[in-house]
Design a protein around this ligand. Structure first.
Ligand code: 13P
Length: 252
């Protein structure tokens, strides 16, 4: 049985006071025994402070990115060791915004995955096709290429302690989520791709859906057999929405 995960990717949003208010609102109404594990991923500069705010709560801390290198002359970069050092448990790698805006290749993302995994951080490894890929029937090809880059560098074993997030680019921040059937189809494809290398690991790997998840559509998405929760952008910045999405994680 895979425990679902609901993770909030705050992206480049928030201030110290807004973060404190959001965490207070979430923690004060946090369910006693939620079905899902809940994670928040603030911007780097706020990680330590948000980590302190989360100290007595069941919420866990994640970062939004990590360097592919362990240390050295990489101005502006943050290593997996540093993230571990300040209490991060999870880190997003390969988000489409970084793939597209920062030109991160499949190979760089795979190196970031390996760097995080090597230091005991749980990578939240994002994959997903662009609209043009979907419209030209290339969704599986793109997602397979992204998944294979990690499988080739780290092996299927590394996915046992990782999380995958399927985030179709056309669904991110657009209000247009994938239908539950579209999500399920790609999630099942990803699981089968892993199973081709190791069926046991494919069964335990959590695959989250991301892209315009909100309180009103979370339950139907999370009800799908291969959807093990969500990676939430905009709606993770609103306590009401985020808590409702967390509550929907019990729908399978
Ligand atoms: P939205 O939920 O705002 O569409 O963003 C999804 C996302 O990119 C999470 O990583």
């Amino acid at each position: 049985m895979r425990r679902p995960i609901v993770a909030g990717n705050w992206k480049m949003h928030g201030t110290r006071s807004e973060n404190a208010r959001l965490i207070e609102e979430i923690s004060s109404r946090y369910p006693a025994d939620p079905v899902a594990q809940c994670i928040v991923c603030p911007p780097y500069v706020y990680l330590q402070e948000v980590g302190r705010l989360l100290r007595d709560s069941a919420l866990l801390l994640g970062a939004q990115d990590v360097s592919a290198d362990p240390q050295g002359a990489f101005t502006g970069e943050v290593s997996a060791t540093m993230l571990k050092d300040i209490g991060c448990r999870y880190v997003i790698v390969g988000h489409s915004e970084r793939r597209l805006l920062c030109r991160e290749s499949d190979q760089l993302v795979a190196r970031k995955f390996a760097a995080a995994h090597a230091k005991g951080l749980v990578p939240i490894f994002c994959v997903g096709e662009q609209l043009a890929d979907r419209e030209t029937g290339r969704t599986r090809e793109v997602v397979a290429r992204q998944v294979d880059a990690v499988l080739e560098l780290s092996g299927a074993q590394a996915l046992a302690s990782a999380v995958i997030a399927y985030e179709p680019v056309w669904a991110i921040g657009t209000g247009r989520n994938a239908t539950p059937e579209q999500a399920q189809e790609v999630h099942a494809f990803i699981r089968a791709r892993i199973a081709a290398q190791d069926a046991t690991i494919a069964e335990v790997t959590r695959i989250l859906y991301g892209g315009s998840v909100k309180a009103s559509n979370a339950a139907e998405l999370f009800a799908m057999p291969d959807v093990d929760g969500g990676l939430i952008g905009g709606a993770s910045l609103k306590a009401d929405e985020f808590l409702a999405i967390l509550a929907a994680s019990g729908s399978r």
